[in-house]
Write a new protein. Structure first.
Length: 221
């Protein structure tokens, strides 16, 4: 049974820095790097890293359930986007190989899944750093959940294009969907395999049954 747990308006907090920088709890003695150096290293590396407040952060591996959920999201979003596509343009889901940048805070990150609608905007001619996702999905893991809920979302909220931020649990069919409504983010939580996530900005929706297909056998939802 789908249980919409409720909607909670979340005011967008005032910026703590005139440039839009977001405070991140990183020790002061950690070595920092600039965006140019990070990109040069990242483009030459076989491993992926994020840049948070000038600090290069290694990306951990993911569980089987995490990867199944990501694959299911991409498949479901692609099908829904194709059905709802308007002449002259539509939306495309991309997985975690697509790097994004939040220009006002300097964050470089690899969301688990994102949607881009219309013409993609990139940081430079290499077309490997996206600037305008309309929706971002993060699959929660014990090692990253606090960051995904807190500081990472604080960065993502500075993306002018972003309309939906969705946190997907691994342990049970539960989704937390933050939707931008002006300067306020509204939270809607849904549990149960007959629930659905509706992305009004992208004009598509995904069923929780599709998101969690094949996960129970892996010890997930």
């Amino acid at each position: 049974m789908s249980v919409p747990i409720g909607s909670l308006p979340i005011p967008l907090p005032a910026l703590s820095h005139p440039t839009g920088a977001v405070a991140v709890a990183i020790p002061a003695d950690v070595q920092r790097t600039d965006a140019r150096s990070y990109l040069a290293l990242e483009r030459a590396s076989a491993e992926r890293h994020e840049l948070v407040d000038g600090v290069v952060v290694d990306m951990a591996g993911a569980s089987y359930a995490h990867n199944v959920i990501v694959a299911n999201l991409v498949t479901a979003l692609a099908a829904s986007s194709e059905r709802s596509a308007k002449p002259g343009g539509g939306c495309r889901p991309l997985s975690s190989d697509m790097r994004i940048k939040v220009e006002t805070t300097g964050l470089y990150a690899y969301p688990d899944v994102l949607l881009v609608c219309g013409e993609p905007a990139f940081e430079d001619e290499r077309a490997d750093t996206l600037l305008n996702p309309i929706a971002i999905f993060e699959v929660l893991s014990p090692s990253t959940e606090a960051f995904d809920r807190g500081e990472k979302f604080a960065h993502y909220r500075r993306l002018p294009s972003l309309r939906d931020y969705v946190l997907v649990a691994q342990s049970r069919p539960r989704v937390e969907h933050y939707q931008r409504q002006g300067d306020v983010w509204v939270l809607r939580e849904t549990e149960g395999l007959d629930g659905r996530v509706v992305l009004e900005g992208a004009g598509c929706e995904v069923a929780l049954a599709g998101i969690y297909a094949g996960v129970a056998a892996a010890g997930g939802a």
